[in-house]
Design a binder for this molecule. Structure first.
Ligand code: ARE
Ligand code: CA
Length: 441
């Protein structure tokens, strides 16, 4: 079902938002490959309006591969380096619309005939308006036209020739599902498709309409994690909400704690790196441990203003993680939980659940891993629980790293009865898995 270039199932991927192609190539080799990330989502690579705001990338003016990310040859080199490191590249494909300029794009070429004519503000309870009117003023393409479909497919096939293995279809809700199907059927190879469809009750167009074309974003996951980790409900109840009625099937869902839009405009409901304490950190650890969907890790740059573009210096050329770039994907507990998710993928269910009746939870993955999450603001966890794991000493990969078979940080001992003693501080986590066994067993 979810097979990737590695020939394994899809484990987790990262969105290196606004990273340059050169920096991504290096990151694949140094970090993403070694930590077991399946893929990296890159910012829209096609030629866009030339503005400093991050969102200029969502305003295409042609399908040439050039712009802030780098040149076409740098893009090609990135894909090759990532492939050698075992990491697929997913492109954010902006195909619903062109830039908010005159309806004339000679470089494609598109002329006014290739666009819809509705310019009114979209009323989301009206299907026609959602799919035919300009989204925030962006020129809406006639995706029902054979010519437009061919131009879009040519662009995507060009990327496939460059080695791209998947696509995020931006603003998929604004294209009829059948239009997407027709475009995807023109692709020369089978690739991973996931569609950005923001589900909202009462709207005319629903995410379920799109599952026949590929995976779909499940925004309920982001909102649920935000709701519980921001302390609005007892964390112990989160398992009754995720994957409950009305949720996308796990195999169809792409999930995330936060995305590039919501970390800017929806911070009341969404966890981001800006949340005080370690909330984002433990929310991400939870998401990577919990068996639902195909998780995407957001990797951000520090920003103050909604529109603010990326740092002038790249991550590997003076910008640096922790200085101008946040690089959440490198935080120890997050990168190591990608390994946890890979090692536990054979048992894609929750086992050995424990909670304190409030905001402290622990759960296993059928004997392949165990995670403890403490969302209490003050109380620590000091508890013996049944992990279901084989006897041995395991490196707690949130608080330590396995190096040459040894753990450089905290360890957890699992007894012959599967029980282990966990001590976890307030707003903290601990996790062990079969790959972090360091002694005994
Ligand atoms: C920019 C300016 C605008 C200006 C426009 C044209 O900000 O003021 O009118 O340019 O000149 C991104 C930015 C936009 C930006 C755009 C183009 O977010 O601010 O506009 O790039 O540069 C809906 C869609 C959903 C979409 C969100 C943003 O359904 O698909 O709006 N998300 C994707 C990307 C965005 C991107 C685009 C689409 C456009 O992830 O980054 O926009 O390519 C409810 C509804 C949702 C709706 C949501 C917000 O939740 O259910 O469907 O999402 O409200 O309106
Ligand atoms: Ca449309």
């Amino acid at each position: 079902l979810f097979s990737s270039a590695r020939g394994e199932s899809r484990i987790a991927f990262v969105h290196l938002f606004e990273w340059s192609w050169n920096d991504i190539g290096k990151e694949c080799e140094r970090q993403l490959g070694p930590k077991g990330f399946t893929a990296v989502q890159v910012s829209p690579p096609q030629q866009s309006v030339d503005r400093s705001e991050w969102w200029s990338r969502y305003q295409p003016i042609s399908y040439a591969i050039e712009g802030r990310g780098g040149s076409r040859s740098e893009f090609r080199a990135m894909v090759r380096r990532c492939a050698s490191a075992g990491v697929d590249v997913y492109v954010d494909a902006v195909i619903n619309h062109m830039a908010a300029l005159n309806r004339d794009f000679p470089l494609v070429p598109y002329t006014s005939n290739d666009f819809h004519t509705c310019r009114s503000t979209i009323n989301y309870s009206n299907r026609f308006e959602v799919q035919n009117c300009d989204l925030v003023g962006l020129n809406d393409l006639k995706t029902e036209s054979e010519y437009v479909r061919r131009k879009i497919a040519d662009y995507m096939n060009d990327l496939i020739d460059l080695g791209v293995k998947g696509f995020r279809l931006d603003a998929a809700k604004h294209m009829a599902s059948g239009d997407i199907r027709a475009i995807v059927s023109k692709l020369k190879r089978r690739v991973f498709i996931f569609q950005e469809v923001i589900g909202a009750g009462g709207e005319a167009v629903q995410p379920s309409e799109y599952v026949s074309n590929g995976a779909v974003t499940e925004f309920k996951f982001e909102r649920t994690v935000g709701h519980f980790f921001k302390g609005r409900a007892k964390l112990k109840d989160i398992r009754h909400v995720i994957n409950s009625r009305g949720w996308m099937r796990s195999d169809d869902a792409v999930v995330f704690v936060s995305n590039h839009d919501d970390q800017r405009q929806n911070t009341q409901a969404t966890l981001t790196y800006k949340d005080i304490g370690n909330l984002y950190y433990i929310g991400e650890i939870f998401s990577l441990a919990y068996p639902y969907g195909y998780p995407k890790v957001m990797s951000s740059y520090f920003f103050e203003d909604h529109d603010q573009g990326p740092p002038r210096h790249g991550v590997h050329s003076g910008g640096a993680c922790g200085r101008e770039w946040v690089c959440e994907h490198r935080w120890r507990g997050i990168s190591n939980m990608v390994e946890f998710r890979g090692k536990t993928s054979g048992k894609f269910f929750v086992s050995h659940w424990w909670d304190n009746g409030n905001h402290q939870i622990g759960f296993g993955r059928g004997g392949l891993g165990y995670v403890m999450i403490n969302r209490e603001d003050f109380a620590t966890i000091d508890k013996v629980v049944d992990t279901g794991m084989r006897q041995g000493t395991y490196c707690d990969i949130v608080n330590g790293e396995v190096k040459d078979g040894l753990c450089d940080g905290a360890t957890i001992s699992v007894g012959a009865d599967g029980k282990a003693h966990f001590k976890v501080g307030a707003i903290g986590a601990a996790a062990i898995h079969v790959g972090s066994l360091v002694r005994g067993g």
